[in-house]
Each structure stands twice: as C-alpha cells, then as structure tokens.
Design a protein around this ligand. Structure first.
Ligand SMILES: Cc1ncc(COP(=O)(O)O)c(C=O)c1O
Length: 376
C-alpha cells in the first residue's frame, strides 16, 4: 500500500544542479546567491526590500527588534499557531497575549485583537493560517488607531494575495518560512520583507552579528577588504547562506505551479466534502487568493484520535495544526481556555488532510474515500 504523507517537499533536478554549482563555486555562505534570491523574492511579492535569513523564527525575532519591542512589553498573537510566533515575544523579554480566532477561517479575529490591547501592547503578530490572508484592512486600521506595528507571520502564505496584492508586499513587515514542508522550501530558511530603507539597513546588520558590511560586499569592492565595523546594537547569527538560496531561486520559479498543484488536490477534497454535515473545510473568504499550505477540516461529533488511527491503518497521515499554545507547559502562564474560548472550542475539531505538490488526484480521492468511510 502506497503511503500518503501529510506534507512532502518537492525538490527537482534543477535544485540539485544549482546546489552542486554553488558548492563548487567557492562561495557557500551569505553572498551572491542570497542577493539574487532576495532580489527575485522582492520582485515576486512586490516589496522594496527582502532580507534572507535562516528561518522565520529569526525573522519574527528581528521584526520585534526593529519594532523596538522590549522587556515588559506585550505582543498580541493567536494561540492557534506554531511556537515561533509567540516565542519571538519571549525572546525579546515581552509577554505574549493571546487573541481569539474567527471560527470560519482560524485566522486571528480583529475584534478580539482590539479587546486585548493595553498600554503595554507594542506589537501585533498575525498569522495567515494555512495561507489564507487575515482580515488585513481591519487589522491595519486597528494598528493605526492605536499606533501599534503589525507584523505578519507569513510562514504559510508564500504566494497568497490579499485584495490583489501579494502578502509581503504591503505596508507591514512580513516573515516567511522556507522550512522543509513549506510551499517554498530551502531545507530551512526565512525571509523578512519591508518597504522601509532604514529598517532594511538595520535588518542586514542585525542578521550578522551587527556587522555593517558583508564579506561579499567587501570582496566585490575590488579585492578583499578586511575592515568592517560592528554597530552599537550588535546582532545575531541569522543570515541565509548561498546553498539554501540556490534552492530558493529555483523553488521561487516553481512556486506558482506548485501552488496550483495544491489547489487541484483541494478541488478534489472540496467536491467530496461539499455535502458533508459533519466535516467542514475552513471557509475561504472573498478578496483573497490563498496559496494553500494546509487543508484543514473541522470535524463534528468525531473521535478524532480514532479517525487518525483508522487513516494511518489505510496508509494516510493526517495532522493537527495547532494545539493552542497555552496548552503547552511553556505557555500555560500566558493564556487559558477562558481567554480565547473560540480557539478552545474549535481546536479539538481540527484535522489536516495530506496536501503537497507530489499528491495525485488519485491520492486525493483515496484520502477522501477513506475519510468518508469512517463511522463517526
Ligand atoms: C505559523 C508559523 N510561524 C513560524 C514558523 C517558524 O518557521 P521556521 O521553521 O522557518 O523558523 C512556522 C513553522 O512551522 C509556522 O508554521
């Protein structure tokens, strides 16, 4: 029986060729390939600056640093997210404050954000869950009204558009992930986008120990020049390297086709589940084009663990994104079921079906047939 995995990266012959070329080129760290990827990425999402990093976790941390979020501040995030979204707040010494989600989309609910704002709120991190853009008009309005920066965790939203504009090309800092199973992968990696030249300059120094001139810049100045300065602020070891960037350049060219492949699988799932009274896919709201990262359904009246085991027996892997962060020991003291009742009510119903570009329509049919054959 062929196993159907929940996620699976697609790496083609061109990625392998480009990595081999980079490995042989003599330049494998931050350098020309990273610059090429940053430029192509900036053009693709429609932003002025894209800064290559080693992860979205690093991007979220730096987004808070350049937003001047400090010890004792509060950062609003959803609880229905991966650890990094809230962990970024803890890294800068701030407190994550969890806002609730819209049960239709599982995206953060702007009305809940507004309720959680206090004098200490210094940033709001929104997550485009599963690739579907959040209600950015409302969220940006709230940010402006209270003078609080909005940071977009776009780890799932590579290629998604909101009102005709790509995520990452708007007015906010956006943080992307190229981790192994994301829509665009470099193995691991991340990108942070901004239209602000001074933020761009700070990010470039912050990503490499506060150093004001990369080695590659010092080489291309005409013979290797050793001298650089470390800015007062210092920094971190967060930059992308050229091996990952070589993969990213090829993956970016493939991205639209890979996202289209994901949509074909979703069309099969949607058609099969459209009349179900007990399995409801996450609602796609108008004004967005989602580059789907996951396919999330909400189950009514199921024993979810029994269903997961039933599907495993049929060679099909499923997932749950996410157990709310306040259910993890690390985040217990920052939130509870009472703070975010919708998150608490909805997460036991979440099930992710397999979604990746290597699935065939036949695989997708096998998944929904198995799902619908389970007696709830
Ligand atoms: C919503 C979200 N934010 C942030 C991250 C962190 O990304 P990375 O692994 O690139 O640090 C992930 C990764 O799974 C994610 O799903």
């Amino acid at each position: 029986m062929k196993k159907i995995s929940l996620f699976k990266p697609f790496i083609g012959a061109e990625e392998v060729r480009e990595v081999a070329k980079t490995l042989r080129s003599g330049w494998i760290t931050l350098g020309p390939k990273t610059e090429e990827f940053e430029l192509a990425f900036a053009i693709y999402v429609g932003t002025k600056h894209a800064v290559g990093l080693n992860s979205a976790t690093a991007a979220l941390h730096l987004a808070l640093v350049v937003s001047n979020v400090k010890r004792g501040d509060e950062v609003i995030t959803p609880a229905l997210t991966f650890a990094s979204t809230a962990e970024a707040a803890l890294i800068v010494g701030a407190r994550p404050v969890f806002a609730d989600v819209d049960p239709r989309t599982l995206n953060i609910d702007p009305r809940s954000i507004e309720k959680k704002i206090t004098k200490k709120t210094k940033a709001i991190i929104v997550v485009h869950y599963g690739g579907q853009p959040c209600d950015m008009d409302e969220i940006n309005k709230i940010g402006k009204k209270h003078g609080i920066p909005i940071i977009e965790d776009a780890a799932h939203a590579m290629g998604s558009t909101y009102k005709g504009k790509k995520i990452g090309g708007g007015e906010n800092i956006a943080c992307f992930s190229f981790q192994a199973v994301k829509n665009l992968t470099t193995g691991d990696g991340g990108m942070i986008t901004t239209n602000d030249a001074s933020v761009n300059k700070r990010l470039r120094s912050l990503r490499w120990c506060g150093i004001n001139k990369s080695t590659h810049e010092r080489v291309t100045a005409g013979g290797y020049r050793w001298d650089y300065d470390i800015d007062e602020e210092g920094g971190f070891k967060y930059h992308m390297n050229d091996i990952n960037a070589a993969i990213g350049i090829v993956q970016l060219k493939r991205l639209d086709a890979m996202n289209e492949k994901r949509r074909q699988i979703i069309a099969v799932y949607d058609a099969a589940l459209k009349n179900s009274k007990t399995i409801r896919p996450v609602v796609q709201l108008p004004g967005r084009k989602t580059s789907p990262h996951n396919y999330c359904v909400l189950l009514k009246g199921y024993d979810r663990e029994a269903l997961i085991s039933y599907l495993i027996d049929k060679g099909i892997s499923t997932g749950v994104h996410y157990k709310p962060l306040y259910h993890h020991p690390r985040y217990k003291k920052f939130g509870s079921a009472q703070d975010t009742p919708i998150t608490e009510a909805v997460w036991p119903e979440i099930l992710l079906l397999p979604l990746h570009p290597q699935l065939s329509v036949g695989d997708a049919r096998r998944v929904v047939t198995a799902l619908l054959s389970f007696k709830a």
